[in-house]
Design a protein around this ligand. Sequence first.
Ligand SMILES: [Zn+2]
Length: 243
Amino acid sequence: MADSNTIDILAIAAHRDDVEQTCGGTLLRMKALGLRTGILDLTRGEAGTRGSADERAAEAAEAGRILRVDVREALDIPDGRVENTYDNRIKIAQVLRRLRPRVVILPYWTGRHPDHYTTATLGYEACFAAGLSKLDLPAECGAPHRPYKILYASLYADVRPTFVVDITPHIETRLQALLAYRSQYGEQTSGAGLFVPEEDIRERMFSTARHYGLLAGVRYAEPFVQREVSLVNDLMQLPVQSL
Ligand SMILES: [Zn+2]
């Protein structure tokens, strides 16, 4: 059985607040099912337009508390320069061997921000590397481990999701986690063209979640893509009504 330091689901993202924007409700739902969850942010936000890395660390800790994650860590990959290098794959592989998640959530592999789509490839290759017995990492990282399932959070990608997760009971908590990033989202007078005030964030988040919920006949949902086909054992148990 898993020991208390390992987790079931790990969301890996380029920036602090990415997880809150794409799959925070899903982490809350998994937690409600009794699973252990975690977040690995690859950067610390030092290149952000607003807020210092220290401020964002405090905000990330608060958001993680609201999302009820068991683990939240940040690597030291430079913000705005997430690159798929051997060193970066090793950094992530060490975390994967230590936390041993069965499910890893990555950002979708195309998008506007290079850090995001690079994280998809970098994260995938780190998952692969973590399972290689020949990859010689310090023993304290743990034995080789390869996650069973890799999913891509596709909320900001213009693609049809493979499935959505019903987050209806968790939507308010998810919003609170996002709003924990005061330095990014609080009502501010400067830079209004780039940052929207709180009520706009609420409206945007709810309408996006509603859109994905409608695709599956629930109120609010978050979208995911998986590369594998789905396996069905019982046609009678297939969810989502056709007409
Ligand atoms: Zn981001």
